[in-house]
Design a protein around this ligand. Structure first.
Ligand code: HEC
Ligand code: HEC
Ligand code: HEC
Ligand code: HEC
Ligand code: HEC
Ligand code: HEC
Ligand code: HEC
Ligand code: HEC
Length: 411
C-alpha cells in the first residue's frame, strides 16, 4: 500500500481546516462568539439548564411582562456598554448586572432615576464621594444640591467596614456606583426576574429600607387609615395595572408608590420620589425645598384624586405646625450642644461621649419620626415615638450638660 493518497488526503484536509478558520476569523466577533437573542428565544437554551438548577429564577421570569414581550435571558444578561464579560456554556454573559442592563431598553427611566436621591446622594450619605466620578457628582448636585458633594458619614469609620457593608450599604446601595460607569440598581424595587410593577407598588417593598426608628415610614403607614384599608382591600386592588393608564379604579387605596411615584388618573409616573416633597424632613432642622410650591402642589394633586380639598389643607396645616414646633425643640438642644463646644466643655470626636448619643437620637429618631408621622397619618409616631421621647431626651440632655459644666468648673 502506498502512502501517497493518504498524504494527499491529510494535506487537503488540513488546508480545508485552515481556510475554514481564516474565513471564520474574518466574520464579526459577535456572530462567532455569541449565539443571538433570537437563538435563545427559539431554543430556550438558558432556561433548559437553569430550570434544573434554579427553578425559581426561570419560573419568576416566565411570569413576567418581559417573558410576554419576548425579552429573554440573554437580553439582560449579555454585556452592556463597558461591562466585563465571560464565556458561559457557549454564550458570552456579563459577570455583574447593573442599572446599565436595564438602561439599554429603559433609558428615559434611568435618566430620571439618576436625578433622584435614590441615585448618587443615597450612596454619598454613607460613603461621601468615594467611588463616584467627578462628573457624576456634578450632575447629581444640579438636581439634589448638597446631596453628593460631602464627606463620608462619621459612623462608617467608628463602626467599621463589616457594619457598613452588611448594614448601610444594603439600603444605600440602591445608588451605588458601578464598575461600568452607571449608578445604582433597579432590582431593589422590581426584583431581578419578575420585573414587576405590582411588587414595586407594595408597601413592604419600600419598607425593606424605609423602616426603623430613624425613618419609620413603613410603621407609620401600617398604622394609618391608608395602611389599614390597604390590608383590608388588597385583593380588590389591581396592583398590576399598566402604569400608563393607572387610575383610582385600579388603586382606590394609596400605597407608598401611589403618593410618591405613580401616575394616577393621567398624571406622570416619576422615578424621582423628591418630585412631590416640599420639605427636607430628614434634616435636624427642616427647611422648605427649593421647589417647595411646585412640589407641594404635585402631592396635593395626588390626594385630590381621592379627597376633598378641605381634608388635604387640614393635614398640611397641622403637619406644618409639627414641623415648626419640632424645629424649635431641636434648635434648643442644638444650642446647648454648640455652647458646650464653644465653651470647651465638650471636646473630642463625634459619637465619643454619652451626650452625643442623646442629642443624635433626639433629632435623628424622635424629631424625624414626629414630622414623618404628621404628614403620613401616624398619630402614635407624632406622640409616643416622637414628641414624648423628644421631651425625655431634652431633660436628659440638660442634666448631662449641667453635669459636664460642673465637672469642668464652667457652670
Ligand atoms: C449547559 C448548561 C447551561 C447553559 C446553556 C446556561 N447556563 Fe448559566 N449556569 C450553568 C451552571 C452549571 C451554572 C453554575 C456554575 C457556573 O457559573 O458556570 C450557571 C451559572 C449562571 C449564572 C450565575 C453566574 C455567576 O457567576 O454568578 C448566570 C447569571 C447564568 N448562569 C446565566 C445564564 C444565561 C443568561 C444563559 C443563556 C444565555 C445561561 N446561563 C446558559 C449552566 C448553564
Ligand atoms: C430583566 C432582566 C433579566 C432577565 C430577563 C433575566 N435575568 Fe437573570 N438576573 C438579572 C439580574 C439583574 C440578576 C442579578 C445579577 C447580579 O447580581 O449581578 C440576575 C441573576 C441571575 C442568576 C443568578 C441568581 C442567583 O441568585 O444567584 C441566574 C442563574 C440568572 N439570572 C439566570 C437567568 C435566566 C436563566 C434567565 C431567563 C430564563 C434570566 N436570568 C433572565 C436580570 C435578568
Ligand atoms: C431588551 C429590552 C429590555 C431590557 C434589557 C429590559 N427591559 Fe424591562 N421592559 C421591556 C419591554 C419591551 C417591556 C414592556 C413594555 C410595555 O409593554 O410597555 C418592559 C417592561 C418593564 C417593566 C413594566 C412591567 C409591567 O408590569 O408593566 C418593568 C418594571 C421593567 N421592564 C423593568 C426592567 C428592569 C428592572 C430591567 C433590568 C434588570 C429591564 N426592565 C430590562 C424591555 C426591556
Ligand atoms: C434599613 C435601611 C438603612 C440602613 C441600614 C441605613 N440607612 Fe440611612 N437611610 C435609609 C433611608 C430609607 C433613608 C431616607 C430617610 C428619609 O428620607 O426620611 C436614609 C437616610 C439617611 C441619611 C439622611 C439623608 C441624607 O442624604 O443625608 C443619612 C446621612 C444616612 N441615611 C446615613 C446612613 C449611614 C451612615 C448608615 C450606616 C451607618 C445608614 N444610613 C444605614 C435607609 C437605611
Ligand atoms: C434599597 C433601599 C430602598 C428601597 C427599596 C426604597 N428606598 Fe426610598 N430611599 C432609600 C434611601 C437610602 C434614601 C435616602 C436617600 C438620601 O437622601 O440620601 C431614600 C429616600 C427616599 C425618599 C426621600 C427623597 C428625598 O428627596 O428626600 C422617598 C420619598 C423615598 N425614598 C420613597 C421610596 C418609595 C416610595 C419606595 C418604594 C416604591 C422606596 N423609596 C424604596 C432607600 C430605599
Ligand atoms: C424606589 C423603587 C424603584 C426603583 C429603584 C426603580 N423603580 Fe421602576 N417603578 C417603581 C414603581 C413604584 C413603578 C410603578 C409606578 C406606578 O404605580 O405606575 C415603577 C415603574 C417602572 C416601569 C413601568 C413604567 C411605565 O411607565 O410603563 C419601568 C419600565 C421601570 N419602572 C423600570 C425601572 C428601571 C429601569 C429602573 C432603574 C433605573 C427602576 N425602574 C428603578 C419603583 C422603582
Ligand atoms: C397618602 C400619601 C402618602 C403615602 C401613602 C405615603 N407617603 Fe410618604 N409622604 C407623604 C407626604 C405628604 C410627605 C411629606 C411631603 C412634603 O415634604 O411636602 C411624605 C414624606 C415622606 C418621606 C420624607 C422625605 C424627607 O423629606 O425626609 C419619605 C422618605 C416617605 N414619605 C416615604 C414613604 C414610604 C416608604 C411610604 C410607604 C411605607 C410612604 N411614604 C407612604 C405622603 C405619603
Ligand atoms: C388612592 C386614593 C387615596 C389617595 C391618593 C389619598 N388617600 Fe387618604 N384616604 C383614602 C381612603 C380610601 C381613606 C379611608 C376613607 C374612609 O374612612 O372612608 C383615606 C383616609 C385618609 C385620612 C383619614 C380620614 C379620617 O378621618 O379617617 C386622611 C387624613 C387622609 N386620607 C389624608 C390623605 C392625604 C393628605 C393624601 C395625600 C398626601 C391622601 N390621603 C391621599 C384614599 C386616598
Amino acid at each position: 500500500m502506498s502512502f501517497r493518497p493518504v498524504f494527499i488526503a491529510v494535506v487537503v484536509a488540513f488546508g480545508l481546516i485552515v481556510s475554514a478558520f481564516l474565513v471564520n476569523r474574518a466574520r464579526p466577533r459577535v456572530e462567532t462568539d455569541q449565539p443571538s437573542a433570537a437563538f435563545v428565544r427559539a431554543s430556550g437554551k438558558c432556561a433548559e439548564c437553569h430550570v434544573q438548577q434554579q427553578y425559581s429564577v426561570v419560573h419568576e421570569y416566565e411570569m413576567s411582562v418581559h417573558a410576554q414581550k419576548n425579552v429573554n435571558c440573554l437580553d439582560c444578561h449579555q454585556g452592556a456598554e463597558s461591562q466585563r464579560t465571560k464565556d458561559h456554556h457557549g454564550f458570552v454573559i456579563s459577570t455583574k448586572l447593573t442599572a446599565g442592563n436595564c438602561r439599554s431598553c429603559h433609558d428615559p427611566i434611568y435618566q430620571e432615576f439618576l436625578r433622584s436621591r435614590h441615585a448618587a446622594p443615597s450612596w454619598a450619605a454613607v460613603f461621601g464621594q468615594e467611588g463616584l466620578r467627578p462628573a457624576q457628582v456634578d450632575f447629581s448636585e444640579r438636581f439634589q444640591p448638597g446631596g453628593t458633594r460631602r464627606p463620608a458619614h462619621p459612623l462608617t469609620k467608628i463602626e467599621g467596614a463589616s457594619a457598613t457593608t452588611s448594614g448601610c450599604a444594603q439600603c444605600h446601595g440602591v445608588g451605588r456606583p458601578n464598575d461600568d460607569g452607571t449608578i445604582g440598581t433597579c432590582t431593589s424595587c422590581h426584583t431581578r426576574h419578575t420585573s414587576s410593577v405590582a411588587i414595586a407598588r407594595l408597601p413592604a417593598t419600600c419598607g425593606q429600607c424605609h423602616l426603623g426608628p430613624d425613618h419609620s415610614q413603613l410603621e407609620i403607614y401600617e398604622e394609618s387609615k391608608h395602611g389599614v384599608m390597604f390590608h383590608a382591600q388588597e385583593k380588590l386592588l389591581r396592583l398590576d395595572a399598566p402604569p400608563k393608564t393607572l387610575s383610582t379604579r385600579d388603586m382606590f387605596v394609596p400605597t407608598c408608590a401611589t403618593c410618591h411615584m405613580s401616575g394616577l388618573n393621567g398624571q406622570k409616573v416619576t422615578h424621582d420620589p423628591s418630585d412631590r416633597l416640599s420639605y427636607y424632613l430628614a434634616d435636624p432642622i427642616t427647611k422648605p425645598r427649593p421647589n417647595h410650591d411646585r412640589a407641594q402642589l404635585a402631592m396635593k394633586q395626588v390626594c385630590i384624586q381621592c379627597h376633598a380639598p378641605a381634608l388635604i389643607e387640614r393635614v398640611y396645616a397641622d403637619a406644618e405646625k409639627v414641623v415648626a414646633a419640632t424645629n424649635e425643640k431641636v434648635q434648643a438642644a442644638t444650642d446647648i450642644m454648640s455652647a458646650l463646644r464653644t465653651d470647651g466643655v465638650l471636646a473630642g470626636a463625634p459619637f465619643s461621649q454619652p451626650i452625643d448619643f442623646v442629642y443624635f437620637d433626639l433629632w435623628h429618631y424622635d424629631g424625624r419620626t414626629s414630622k414623618h408621622g404628621a404628614f403620613m397619618g401616624g398619630a402614635d409616631f407624632v406622640q409616643w415615638h416622637g414628641n414624648y421621647p423628644m421631651l425625655a431626651r431634652t431633660v436628659q440632655l440638660r442634666a448631662q450638660a449641667e453635669e459636664l459644666r460642673r465637672r469642668r468648673g464652667r457652670p
